[in-house]
Design a protein. Structure first.
Length: 179
């Protein structure tokens, strides 16, 4: 009886560990970030590609003048539960997709109402807002692409910058809410 029980436990552990090792780790993990800006909740949903030994500047040059989903897999989603101002322009509360056109010195930021596109299937018919922002080269080396709320105004609590960072590149654009 003891031997049979030990054999069953060992077999169960073997099957469990084989199944655990067989699980595939996502190459570009999906992340959901919820951030309060004043009394407004901002949500970001995007997949985070890694450099994996590639040079971010070469990747950006390949995309130069081409529209990027600003992440991997599905298009990046940015949402707000109240109206906001992005780069000084009004955006109604809701969910949008975030696209970019990388360049050497500036990136074009595109906010679109179309949120169900896979990969590079960009459709400009849903564009709500677009503008250019400077790209900065930093001394940091961000291995895995990240979108953050930075430069948060701790006094007024109603504004900050949305930063896209990957490799030694940083792109920021302002967001402001009405508290």
């Amino acid at each position: 009886m003891k031997r049979t029980l030990t054999l069953i436990v060992m077999l169960g552990l073997f099957v469990f560990t084989q199944n655990a090792f067989a699980q595939r780790v996502a190459a570009s993990p999906l992340v959901t970030v919820k951030q309060m800006i004043g009394t407004t909740e901002m949500e970001l949903v995007y997949s985070r590609p890694s450099l994996d030994g590639r040079d971010v500047n070469e990747l950006v040059n390949k995309l130069n003048n081409g529209v990027w989903r600003t992440g991997a897999d599905m298009n990046t989603i940015i949402g707000f539960d109240k109206d906001v101002m992005i780069n000084g322009k009004p955006i109604k509360a809701g969910r949008y997709s975030l696209w970019t056109v990388p360049g050497d010195t500036t990136w074009k930021i595109i906010i679109s109402s179309i949120t169900d596109k896979w990969g590079t299937a960009y459709d400009n018919s849903g564009d709500v807002l677009s503008f250019f922002v400077p790209v900065t080269k930093t001394s940091n080396n961000v291995e895995t692409f990240v979108i953050n709320l930075t430069d948060f105004d701790k006094n007024s609590k109603d504004k900050g910058n949305i930063e896209l960072a990957w490799g030694n590149l940083s792109v920021k654009f302002p967001i402001k809410v009405n508290n």
